[in-house]
Ligand binder design. Structure first.
Ligand SMILES: Cc1cc2nc3c(=O)[nH]c(=O)nc-3n(C[C@H](O)[C@H](O)[C@H](O)COP(=O)(O)OP(=O)(O)OC[C@H]3O[C@@H](n4cnc5c(N)ncnc54)[C@H](O)[C@@H]3O)c2cc1C
Length: 456
């Protein structure tokens, strides 16, 4: 066993850990980046990159089937899952290797490919060797959760990672969980040709969204031929002859039996703190396994910081990356940034997309603010009509006094991009009247802001 001292150690090469390791090294800190699996973490390897690559394949299948709507006749549509998977693997591989090259070629960074575990205050065991340091950054992320449902272990299940390795289209995909992961895969596999049933315990899909948004999402999925069961809890799982899976669910109507060929479990993510042996360094995970930090990402132990999903709160790539920027600003550039002053935008990559930023209407009401809501169906947007993609609506919450935009939900074609335009208006603290009266190029989706805000 050897013991090596580093100026700084980053555990986990996720969306924060990778760039942070190179920034620390460039600032003159001899840095170890410890990664037990893949450089790039969840986003590149198992999250955003592969899912959005496969969502794109599914959308092509959808548009190919709709060819006749546009006057384009096509033959029968066939899905080649091996090719879909290879395209996904190729894009993941290219993203991962370029991010790996960037890190490995940075002088001052040692990449240690093993699991890190605390064995003392600021002492880490990595394989056979130990590392000491004063400065530690924990970016270990989360993994798919496996809920305790009787019988779940008696059948093969899929999670958000393994489902992307399928080489055939499931005949009937049962999806447990109506969060964004369950919905993206549910719609994707419906478009690949599976029968899909989504089981959601709560009263709405995407539990944090306003009811009108969640209802519209459910309507869109149902229109696509997906069975969406709300207020429905999984009671038990049973294997059925021939390798099929029976999911027994309970709802107000009583017990119901669903039978499928595959079961995707998408009920949330478990933080990767269990392998870290945090108490050895004086830290304690919370009841759900997250490692809490203050608004500057400092943990309870001086010199140990936590970044990304493992700290709890919004779990998105751009948030993890911004955690890196906060640490860089505060530790390497003498600044004083906190997590409190940042927006949390996100996009759900169902089709049409749901782009979200800021306050929902529910949150504005709960906060007791005086607000107005501007809402307009995508079927009133010229561009959406021209491309025949009119599902969804634009909804913006506006402060009644300042006329500033407080939040937006854009459920519609390119909803993520439209939401981002509204986010820029929020950065600039523009009153909504500026967008109402602005000259936008015709026919863009952006020009819909004229009519949307004219409804106020
Ligand atoms: C299916 C899916 C789709 C998603 N889609 C989106 C999306 O569209 N947009 C978006 O913004 N976000 C999306 N996310 C979320 C996004 O992937 C994460 O928020 C993002 O990856 C941030 O992760 P992170 O930096 O916290 O850590 P991660 O990227 O999870 O990296 C943590 C790393 O730490 C390593 N590690 C863990 N424990 C140890 C240890 N003890 N020793 C050494 N190494 C360790 C892991 O191997 C991993 O590489 C998606 C997630 C999933 C699962």
């Amino acid at each position: 066993m050897t013991t090596t001292h580093y100026d700084a150690v980053v555990i986990g090469a996720g969306q924060a850990g990778g760039p942070l390791s190179t920034a620390l090294a460039r600032a003159g800190h001899r840095t170890a980046l410890i990664e037990r699996e893949h450089i790039g973490g969840t986003c590149i390897n198992e999250g955003c990159t592969p899912t959005k690559t496969m969502v794109a394949s599914a959308r092509v299948a959808y548009l190919a089937r709709r060819g006749a709507d546009y006057g384009v006749r096509t033959g029968p549509i066939e899905i080649d899952m091996v090719r879909v998977r290879q395209r996904k693997r190729d894009i993941v591989e290219s993203f991962r290797s370029s991010s790996e090259r960037r890190i490995v070629s940075t002088p001052g960074v040692d990449v240690l490919r093993d699991e890190a575990r605390f064995v003392g205050p600021k002492v880490l065991q990595v394989g056979q060797d130990q590392i000491t340091t004063e400065l530690i950054f924990i970016n270990t992320g989360c993994r798919p959760s496996q809920p305790r449902i009787p019988g779940l272990d008696s059948v093969p299940t899929l999670n958000s990672t393994s489902i992307m390795e399928l080489d055939t289209v499931p005949e009937h995909l049962l999806v447990l969980g109506g969060g964004y992961v369950g919905l993206e895969f549910g719609q994707m596999f419906r478009r690949f040709g599976s029968q899909v049933s989504i089981v959601q315990r709560g009263p709405r899909l995407l539990a944090r969204e306003d009811a009108d948004v969640a209802d519209a999402v459910a309507d869109i999925l149902r229109e696509d031929g997906i069975t969406v069961l709300l207020n429905t809890a999984a009671a038990r799982v049973e294997p059925v002859a021939g390798g099929r899976i029976r999911l027994v669910v309970n709802s107000a109507e009583g017990e119901q039996l669903l039978e499928g060929s595959h079961l995707l479990v998408a009920v949330g993510r478990t933080p990767n703190t269990d392998a870290l042996n945090l108490p050895a360094t004086g830290l304690q995970a919370d009841a759900n396994g997250f490692l809490p930090a203050n608004d500057r990402l400092e943990t309870a132990v001086n010199g140990i910081y936590v970044l990304g999903d493992v700290k709890g709160g919004p779990a998105f790539t751009h948030i993890s990356y911004d955690d890196y920027r906060i640490i860089k600003t505060n530790l390497l550039e003498g600044g004083a940034r906190s997590v409190d002053d940042r927006p949390v935008p996100y996009t759900v990559y169902i089709d049409p997309q749901l782009g979200r930023i800021g306050l929902s209407e529910d949150a504005a009401r709960a906060g007791g603010r005086a607000y107005h809501v501007a809402k307009m169906a995508m079927s009133h947007v010229a561009r959406a009509l021209e491309v025949d993609e009119t599902r969804g609506f634009l909804k913006v919450v506006v402060d009644a006094q300042t006329q500033h935009i407080l939040g937006a939900a854009v459920l519609g074609i390119e909803g993520g991009e439209l939401m981002s335009m509204l986010e820029i208006a929020m950065f600039g603290q523009l009153p909504y009247t500026v967008l109402r009266d602005a000259v936008f190029a015709h026919p863009t989706l952006a020009e819909s802001f004229n009519n949307l805000f004219a409804t106020l």
